[in-house]
Ligand binder design. Structure first.
Ligand code: GN1
Ligand code: MG
Length: 360
């Protein structure tokens, strides 16, 4: 956090009077830094966020894609609650400060709540329905106009190459600790082969997708318990619908925290799985091709594998990408994805049968 006087200046640029607000760190994002500006007198709370420009080298692209999406939604689905940021007093989406970097502001809704873990089938259904609805509502937009905010974001083939390269360059002690985890992901490289076939298959469509569909990227209404807003639209860009489904499967179905390396914590909850697939399909079914339907279970494997090698690569490269709060934090995260992938794959037959039931 920059010195108070500078944060005050940043707030003022967005037309927010800093003396009326308390500032507290907010959320569990691994990339950007977010602060809640709590209004001492009324309910005008805001989220002030510093964009990590190492990861988002061209943050203007986020604003651009969000603008295109908002315009499409405004004309085709006028009631849709698309989350927009607050503009600066001079009408910009971002404040680019020469010393303290890139900032933006979002409204904070006191009547909503987010969760790191799903606790009922209904909750999983409702969140997945919202993620599916966003993609369905954006169906028909001109995909080619959207920018690739982070190039190759879900390019598993490229990410696997980077992972293999990081093994060759890693410090010996980081390498040694990671040995069994590296071996596990090498042994599951068949997932990368399927990715290569999938991504070149014309039956697997490119759409505008969210690309970061963690459960905590949905805000639930505190009163009704229904999912209400999709947030974190930083990676709203061309992608495959399967990336969104896969990341939901990855983040909804196990009670273990994303950095918990204990295999015994990785239970797969079949009801949460079924609920989320059901909720997502309630929006997406009319858009899906037979080939996409064949890959629904696989999408979960893909995202667990991808996230696993991303954490592991970061461990091998010396923790340069994700915020790390303790030694071996990224290795623990990679272990968590490894156990999750193993536990999920072990339930393949049963979970695929559940998908079949839903499709029929
Ligand atoms: C990052 O910052 P956050 O938590 O929204 C990452 C996602 C990962 C996620 C893992 C731009 O998201 O891709 O799935 O961590 N975002 C980026 O928790 O790399
Ligand atoms: Mg994100």
């Amino acid at each position: 956090m920059p010195p108070d006087a500078d944060v005050d200046r940043i707030c003022q640029a967005f037309g927010i009077t800093p003396v009326h607000h308390d500032r507290v760190p907010f959320g569990s994002g691994l990339i950007n830094s977010t602060f809640l500006l709590k209004d001492r007198q009324g309910d005008n709370d805001w989220l002030l966020q510093q964009v990590n420009t190492t990861v988002f080298a061209r943050p203007q692209l986020i604003a651009y894609n969000n603008y295109l999406a908002a315009e499409h939604l405004r004309s085709h689905h006028p009631g849709y609650p698309f989350m927009r940021g607050r503009k600066t007093v001079d009408g910009r989406d971002l404040l680019i400060d020469p010393v303290h970097g890139t900032w933006r502001v979002f409204p904070y809704f006191r009547d909503t709540v987010s969760y790191d873990r799903a606790n009922s089938r209904e909750q999983a259904f409702s969140a997945a329905q919202q993620f599916g609805r966003l993609v369905r509502y954006l169906d028909g937009v001109y995909v080619g106009a959207f920018q690739e905010i982070i190039p190759g974001f879900h390019d598993l083939s490229a990410r696997f190459e980077v992972f293999l390269d990081s093994i060759l360059k890693a410090e010996p002690d980081r390498m040694e600790k990671a040995g069994p985890v590296i071996q596990f992901f090498r042994d599951h490289a068949g997932i990368v082969d399927t990715y290569r076939e999938m991504v070149n298959d014309p039956e697997v469509h490119t759409r505008i997708t969210h690309n970061d569909t963690k459960l905590n990227n949905v805000l639930f209404d505190k009163q009704s318990g229904e999912a209400k807003y999709v947030v974190d639209l930083d990676t709203l860009m061309p992608g495959k619908a399967l990336f969104d489904l896969g990341d939901m499967i990855r983040t909804f179905i196990s009670p273990a925290a994303e950095d918990d390396p204990d295999p015994d914590q990785c239970h797969i909850n079949g009801d949460l799985f079924e609920g989320l697939v059901d909720g997502w399909m309630s929006e997406m079914t009319p858009l899906l091709s037979p080939r996409e339907k064949d890959l629904l279970f696989w999408s979960g494997q893909m995202l667990m594998f991808e996230q696993g090698i991303r954490f592991l690569t970061d461990h091998l490269q010396g923790d340069v990408y994700y915020k790390a709060g303790r030694p071996d934090h990224n290795l623990d995260r990679a272990k968590n994805q490894m156990h999750l992938l193993a536990a999920y794959t072990a339930r393949k037959e049963e979970l695929e049968a559940r998908i079949e039931q839903l499709i029929r």
